[in-house]
Write a protein that binds this ligand. Structure first.
Ligand SMILES: [Cu+2]
Length: 429
């Protein structure tokens, strides 16, 4: 009997015996698009103090040290979740109401430079022409110490403009159709994650990107999408991809350095918002579960009996519902879309009545390769989706990504855009 009990105990994953406690207070991260001028000022006061304390320098150095361990690997999501949360906690010591706003960047994907977030009284604009120094916004005139003393720099990747990021519809498709977290990580990391870093340029396009506040707001959004994926797939503990030795596991230690260390904390402790040190949620997410979820195994089937929000990555709910209804309506002319949006396909057929008028055009799809080089300008005018700018080869090399894999996923993304553009679908974004 004692032997059996011992065997049973050993069989339990170590973590189960010590589930993280439920958070006492929860903090809500809100969309940066929805902050009032007074809220931006309050945010500015906190980050000014954090900068004076040297926290931006410290986080930039720490990110640089673990760079190779936390990019192109499974640790990408949990490391950045824990890292941003650590930073947010420091801000909360200055202002107890502080949270990092998330920047829903796909919403601004067509013309990122005109984003309401990149304004002079908010995150600030492009750096000055002569030396790329950022002169306005909450970080206007800042100096940074890592890797050497310099002004905080930004250098948009298309002159005064920023090349297109990733359409919300692509994110929605990944949220719905990526069955394994490893694939979702690749889609996000090689897509919207890189596009935003590269678009802003300057410090943002380096391993010490945390010098720029955008880093925390961008990663909060990526974290929000990960949480949405976790909930949407009823697969909170799914974790796979390249780990420190072979395949990643929930027992891997979160990469850390002397500058920012988590005391050997393991990946599993980051998996559920609302427990342990993960005491925050998102304005677009459902409330945290009451009890720590018990099922540690991967769900074998998606369950789309979920609020509509999980079907779209967009934080603006009016557009998100329009998106879902119009994609549903487009199925009749482009049935191939069902595989890319299985969550929408699972909805009631009645939804299609709200959508676009169905013609009998019978568009042929699926057999025409990527056409990423056609003219984005015409597509802008026609309210069609535009193609995202691809990652640069310098960025791919800096991360040691497999460039063939990056290109493959990029081309697939373009085919998704072609399919939507050739259907009755009209983007609300
Ligand atoms: Cu990073």
């Amino acid at each position: 009997m004692r032997f059996l009990a011992a065997v049973l105990l050993l069989a339990l994953p170590a973590a189960l015996a010590q589930n993280p406690p439920k958070c006492g207070a929860m903090h809500e991260r809100r969309s940066a698009h929805s902050l009032s001028p007074a809220e931006w000022q309050r945010l500015g006061r906190v980050v000014y103090q954090l900068h004076r304390q040297g926290q931006f320098d410290r986080f930039a150095r720490a990110h640089n040290v673990v760079f190779d361990e936390v990019h192109g690997t499974a640790a990408f999501f949990p490391f950045h979740r824990r890292f941003v949360q650590e930073f947010e906690d420091l801000g909360r010591r200055i202002d107890p109401g502080f949270t990092i706003p998330y920047w829903d960047t796909p919403r601004d994907y067509r013309d990122p430079a005109s984003s309401p977030v990149l304004q002079r009284d908010k995150l600030g604009r492009d750096g000055r022409v002569s030396d790329s120094c950022v002169l306005d916004g909450v970080q206007g005139g800042w100096g940074s110490l890592f890797p050497g003393r310099h002004c905080l720099q930004r250098n948009f990747n298309d002159g005064d403009s920023i090349l297109p990021w990733v359409p919300p519809e692509m994110i929605s498709s990944y949220l719905q159709s990526d069955r394994a977290l490893g694939l979702f990580r690749e889609h996000i990391e090689y897509g919207i994650h890189g596009a935003v870093h590269l678009g802003l340029g300057g410090d943002a396009a380096t391993p010490f990107a945390p010098n720029d506040l955008f880093f925390f707001m961008h990663h909060a959004n990526i974290d929000r999408l990960w949480w949405q994926w976790q909930i949407g797939h009823r697969s909170i503990f799914d974790y796979n991809g390249p780990g420190p030795d072979g395949d990643a596991t929930l027992d891997d230690v979160i990469p850390e350095s002397r500058d920012v260390n988590f005391g050997g904390e393991r990946v599993w402790s980051t998996m559920v918002l609302g427990f342990g040190s993960m005491c925050y949620t998102y304005d677009t997410a459902p409330p945290a579960p009451n009890a720590y979820p018990g099922a540690r195994s991967r769900a074998t089937q998606n369950n789309w009996d979920m609020p509509a929000f999980v079907l779209s990555g967009a934080s603006n709910t009016t557009e998100a519902s329009l998106e879902v209804a119009r994609i549903h309506a487009a199925f009749d002319t482009a049935p191939g879309l069902k595989d890319l949006f299985p969550g929408v396909a699972a909805l009631e057929p009645a939804l299609s009545r709200d959508g676009a008028q169905l013609g009998d055009r019978g568009v042929q799809l699926g057999d025409r390769g990527a056409r990423c080089n056609s003219n984005n300008k015409d597509m802008l005018e026609a309210r069609k989706l535009v193609y995202p700018a691809p990652l640069t080869s310098a960025w791919i090399e800096m991360h040691g990504f497999d460039s063939a894999r990056v290109k493959q996923l990029y081309d697939e993304g373009c085919r998704l855009i072609d399919m939507l553009n050739n259907s009755t679908y009209e983007s609300p974004y």
